[in-house]
Design a protein around this ligand. Structure first.
Ligand SMILES: C[S@@+](CC[C@H](N)C(=O)[O-])C[C@H]1O[C@@H](n2cnc3c(N)ncnc32)[C@H](O)[C@@H]1O
Length: 251
């Protein structure tokens, strides 16, 4: 059996219990070495074969999985954050499907929620935003033109940008055009939940300069929107004058 497992954003205790148990029982682990903490591997058996996928091709990864499964071994494919977001797992799963090999996917804590927790905010606030957009600026991987950052910013939803911090100049230009104002709050969270986590707070006006000064060029979330700073309405859920399935309104 093959288990695609989300390792979480960095802190080794932010993997799910199910994910940790699979690591403990695994005969082979193929981990995404560029972003997954090596501390996760301390939970593996001494006999577990461990491979870092950073230097492997898709075909090499799937080949290792296929051979292991034929030998009856338990395989964990360990991905950073949640494997279903920028995880490149679909292409692995499609090849496994072609070979008739079974697998499961165990979710993880994504870096976008870890980053929002690091700044102690909430993406969804009444009257501010009820939608979160997860996206990236185009790099070597193209982004469909309907999903251009400028167009997405026009929605004024809360945003979390992956894989984009090295292009802060283009990010800020597009967001400025979309939002139509410079005072939109932005938080850049570098390596959320790792020991060397850094948080840079600013606005569209000054964030590019601040990020450059901090020397951050990778492994960061760019969180954008008025959920970071400003007024909001209280939720109906805990409003004393509001009844719902589990609570009567107070008289
Ligand atoms: C290939 S994507 C993988 C995302 C991952 N599947 C997730 O759910 O977080 C890598 C990007 O995720 C973001 N990222 C991953 N770990 C991070 C962390 N601990 N703190 C901030 N951003 C992180 C960065 O934007 C990085 O460029």
């Amino acid at each position: 059996m093959i288990s695609f497992v989300g390792a979480g954003p960095g802190d080794v205790d932010l993997i799910t219990i199910k994910g940790r148990q699979l690591l403990e029982k695994a005969d082979m682990v193929i981990y995404a070495g560029s972003l997954v903490s090596k501390d996760h591997l301390k939970f593996c058996k001494d006999s577990c074969k461990i491979y870092n996928s950073a230097s492997m091709t898709l075909e090499e990864i799937v080949d290792k999985m296929e051979k292991a499964v034929k030998e009856g071994l338990k395989v964990v494919r360990l991905h950073t954050g949640d494997p279903t977001i920028y995880g490149a797992i679909r292409e692995q799963m499609d090849l496994l499907d072609e070979m008739g090999i079974e697998y499961e996917v165990i979710p993880g804590v994504s870096s976008f929620t870890a980053a929002c927790s690091a700044i102690k905010k909430e993406f969804t606030l009444p009257n501010v935003a009820q939608t979160v957009i997860l996206t990236r600026i185009e790099g070597r991987t193209p982004v469909p033109k309907e999903e251009d950052l400028e167009l997405l910013a026009k929605h004024k939803a809360s945003m979390a940008l992956f894989l984009s911090v090295k292009d802060m100049d283009r990010v800020v230009k597009k967001l400025n055009k979309g939002y139509g104002r410079e005072d939109v709050p932005v938080a850049v969270v570098y390596k959320a939940t790792w020991d060397d986590e850094k948080i840079i707070m600013g606005t569209l006006k000054d964030i590019e300069e601040k990020v450059e000064q901090a020397g951050i060029t990778k492994t960061a979330q760019i969180l954008v929107g008025d959920f970071i700073k400003g007024e909001y309405e209280r939720s109906k859920l805990y409003d004393p004058s509001f009844s719902h399935e589990y609570r009567e309104a107070s008289k």
